[in-house]
Ligand binder design. Structure first.
Ligand code: NAI
Length: 702
């Protein structure tokens, strides 16, 4: 735990020997602390009160101003800016300040004020040095860029993630970064939101030195004395100061941006490219344009919704907070899901034993894990350690040692129940038994189990490494302690949990089924697959329902549809006979090279590219059944609240993030409009569009 009061933080830092300047403060602010040593170097250390991480709130910026004013009278010959937080320098602006703002002029005013303070730092006549450890993002990097020197510790990570919130840097980052390093590199950093580690930051000139903690003080002295060698400016900066060269580069950036995200949904990259194209090289003009552009973006629906997604993630993360005391996971079933769950858990630092009836399958899963680690883990030591932690378990002995046993064997009730009979006597007394079933009711699986209170559903999504969500599924006999621990386990492995009740399809698959089956009906009616997919993509889905069905696997998808039709009275359309036949012929989707689309050997679908724009009705036909099911799930209490539902759909299916989630979209569009459209569709296409009664309650709420 991080102590929150300043004195305790200093005390905690001392034994770790983090250099934060002279011991006694000249002035203690609420968030900053100013001191000066016998060498006349002043240290301004940020330790945001009552927060575990440093972020820039208005109060923090205002105090920076006061601290800079204080500086003027103390005769310092240099200034160091550093963080007292263990995790890093400054994580960025406090985006709580950005939420629910709607007045562009008001934002501009606040921004101009903040720019004035950062400019004041940049204009100090004495050498200024940012000492950066850990995270240094967004506004934090902008503070660092306003210093004359940047010294990084080897764990520093620097970047501008604003683009992911539908924004671009707004506190001087656009002109300071493009002026400091190769503008192409700078623009790429801002357009992709990717972070750079200390070594790379040094290589591109973003930081001037990378040092160990014990050398911080001497590095600071060298910088203040003007003896730090810097490697700045490149021939590219010179060339790109010229408008024609920038025009050319901007065209390339624009083409790349179009490939990633359309302008009407994600305007920020395009605004940033224009900003640089028009004003690059002219700091003053760029600053003015940055303030205007950032303010306009900030009040846009896209940015506000993406910030909502940020907070949804925080909410799900919060529900996973705390130690799970799960150190050893035993996974049974090394197939598509089990193998990947095991690999993921080992990558996140857990000891994992992996069992399967078929030894060959275990070997293949370990091979897949090694490939994954090669791609995703940074150092050879991390890769080696992760592989060491992932142990093939041919005898299944891990079950007796594990804190958590996850079964991911075939989706057959009798197989799973038989497995439970075998393993239950061997499982540790305080261990949890989890099932990754996507359709078998937990009430069925817990029958005959001696400890039903310790059974829980941990429903991962495919691909495990990409889909952040895990549905944590309760049932009538599940113990609260088990459910809480399962939530915390998701935190341990860096996944986002959504607590759901046990009901056929839980939350995500049930809502998704309404969307996928309507797409099948459209294909059955003779609509081209490409147009259907385009309707969903134009709405903002990462892929259309046809491509998604192929990706999931038509065999798996149809199993879920059949089960849901059997167990629920949701109005799910019948599966067309030709689709059943396809699965029987082995045309099960992307994995088989053929499903609804035909795939090339790199797994890309062969599509007709030139398709006419789909009409609004097509989008509504796909989307509204999904929203209708979301409302039904809320009414039935499958999920506790709209925020968890929105987060679950975004992090499990990629539901258009800039829409803020299905329920947020429904609310923005208005319940009355949706109910009206559903009724219209009901008349034209049948009773499956009948609005759920849950809409009434939704209409009443503010
Ligand atoms: P899979 O068929 O790829 O793998 C199942 C593995 O279990 C096979 O390797 C098989 O040899 C092994 N197995 C069967 N009986 C066993 C036993 N008694 N002891 C040990 N190993 C045994 O199946 P997949 O797709 O990985 O699915 C596994 C579970 O995950 C199912 O419950 C499924 O519903 C669920 N799931 C699947 C998703 C998917 O997209 N494939 C998504 C989410 C959940």
């Amino acid at each position: 735990m991080m102590p929150t009061d300043n004195a305790a933080v200093w005390e905690m830092l001392a034994p770790r020997n983090i250099e934060f300047g002279p011991g006694s403060a000249l002035k203690e602010f609420t968030h900053w602390r100013l001191s000066k040593g016998p060498d006349d170097i002043a240290w301004l250390v940020l330790d945001r009160a009552n927060e575990s991480a440093n972020t820039l709130s208005e109060a923090v910026i205002a105090e920076l101003d006061a601290a800079l004013a204080e500086m003027e009278g103390i005769g310092a010959k240099g200034l160091v800016i550093r963080s007292a937080k263990e995790g890093g320098f400054i994580a960025g602006a406090d985006i709580r300040d950005f939420k629910d703002v709607s007045e562009v002029r008001e934002v501009e005013k606040r921004l101009r004020w903040a720019h004035g303070i950062i400019d004041r730092l940049a204009a100090l006549a004495i050498p200024t040095v940012a000492v950066i450890h850990g995270y240094c993002y967004g506004g934090g990097l902008e503070v660092a860029l306003a210093c004359k020197y940047r010294i990084a510790l080897s764990d520093a990570k620097l970047g501008f993630p604003e683009i992911r919130l539908g924004l671009h840097p707004g506190l001087g980052g656009t002109f300071r970064l493009t002026a400091l390093i190769d503008p192409i590199e700078a623009m790429t950093m801002m357009l992709t939101g990717k972070t750079v580690h200390a070594k790379k930051a040094k290589a591109i000139g973003l930081v001037d030195a990378v040092v160990e903690e014990r050398h911080v003080e001497s590095a600071v002295r060298a910088a203040v004395a003007g003896k730090m060698k810097t490697d700045r400016g490149s021939w590219k900066s010179g060339v790109l100061g010229l408008a024609p060269a920038r025009q050319l580069a901007a065209r390339r950036f624009r083409a790349e941006a179009e490939r990633r995200a359309p302008k009407q949904h994600y305007p920020a990259p395009y605004r940033l490219i224009d900003l640089w194209k028009e004003h690059g090289g002219d700091a003053r003009a760029m600053q003015r344009a940055e303030i205007t552009s950032f303010s306009e973006l900030l009040v846009s629906d896209t940015a506000q919704n993406l910030m909502r997604v940020f907070f949804l993630r925080e909410k799900l993360k919060d529900s996973a907070k705390g130690a799970s005391a799960i150190r050893h996971v035993h996974v049974i079933g090394a197939g598509a899901m089990g193998g990947d769950i095991a690999a993921w858990c080992a990558a996140r630092g857990l000891r994992v034993t992996l069992a399967d009836l078929d030894h060959e399958t275990i070997a293949k899963a370990i091979g897949r894990a090694a490939e994954f680690y090669d791609k995703k883990l940074h150092s050879s030591i991390e890769r080696r350690d992760a592989l060491d932690r992932l142990m093939p378990d041919f005898e299944g002995t891990g079950v007796a040692k594990a804190d958590l046993v996850i079964e991911a064997v075939v989706e057959k009730t009798d197989v799973k129940r038989k497995l439970f009979d075998e393993i239950a006597p061997k499982i540790k007394e305080d261990a949890i038994l989890a099932t990754n079933t996507s359709s078998i009711p937990l009430e069925v699986l817990r029958e005959g189990l001696a400890f039903p209170d310790r059974l829980v559903g941990l429903h991962f999504f495919n691909p495990v490494a990409k889909m952040e969500l895990v549905e944590v599924v309760a049932h009538d006999k599940a113990g609260q302690a088990t459910l809480d621990r399962a939530l915390r386990f998701c935190g341990t492995i860096d996944r986002l949990p959504a607590a759901v009740k046990s009901a056929p399809g839980f939350l995500v698959n049930r809502c998704l089924t309404a969307y996928l089956t309507e797409a099948f009906v459209m294909v059955d009616e003779g609509t081209s697959k490409e147009i259907i997919d385009r309707a969903a993509e134009d709405f903002g889905m990462p892929m259309g329902p046809i491509a998604l069905a192929d990706r999931i696997g038509l065999d798996i998808g149809l199993d879920v549809v059949r089960m849901l039709k059997d167990k629920l009275d949701d109005p799910i359309p019948d599966i067309p006979a030709w689709l059943e036949a396809k699965v029987q012929n082995g045309e099960t989707g992307r994995k088989a090279g053929k499903g609804l689309y035909v795939y090339d050997n790199r797994g890309k679908p062969k599509k007709t590219s030139d398709v006419p724009a789909p009409g609004q009705e097509m989008t509504d036909r796909l989307l509204l059944p999904m929203l209708n099911t979301c409302v039904r799930c809320l009414r039935e209490g499958i999920v506790e609240d709209e925020e968890t539902l929105d987060g679950a759909m975004i992090f499990a299916t990629g539901f258009a993030p800039f829409r803020g989630g299905p329920m947020h979209y429904a609310r923005s569009r208005g319940a009355a409009d949706i109910v009206g459209t559903l009724k219209h569709l009901q008349q034209r296409h049948g009773s499956r569009f009948a609005p759920d009664e849950g809409w009434e309650a939704l209409g009443e709420e503010p």
